[in-house]
Design a protein around this ligand. Structure first.
Ligand code: FES
Length: 125
């Protein structure tokens, strides 16, 4: 049911952890399944220098969190904001339809972390 890429990111997730004094932190939860995802960003000169995540959730939520960190590291904020749940799901070679909401969580948490940074720094998108 899961692609090899999903299994790979689930069993060997990248960038797990947290960043002390992060530039931006985003947390989203899904009321239905109760899963929570938190993304930490280290931003320098409008670019994502480092990113870490903590996810309390299903395998797909962990795989999508891991993938989203790989997709945005090194990107500008504008480029990172263009990464959507579909980008994440496609990068994982697809998710079962019932699990698409899990990729939403990853993209939303990442966007929320960027917004948190912009609010703090009073940066315009
Ligand atoms: Fe909740 Fe996957 S079942 S994020």
């Amino acid at each position: 049911m899961y692609t090899d890429k999903v299994m790979d990111h689930f069993t060997n997730p990248r960038n797990v952890g947290e960043i002390k004094d992060a530039s931006g932190v985003g947390e989203v939860g899904n009321a239905k399944c109760g899963d929570i995802m938190r993304i930490y960003l280290d931003i320098e000169d409008d670019r994502i220098k480092d990113v870490k995540f903590k996810t309390f959730g299903c395998g797909a939520a962990i795989a999508t969190s891991s993938m989203v960190t790989e997709l945005v590291i090194g990107k500008t904020l504008k480029e990172a904001l263009e990464v959507t749940n579909n980008t994440v799901a496609e990068a994982l070679d697809g998710l079962p339809p019932a699990k698409m909401h899990c990729s939403n969580l990853a993209a939303d948490a990442m966007h929320a972390a960027i917004q948190d940074y912009m609010k703090k720094e009073k940066v315009q998108a």
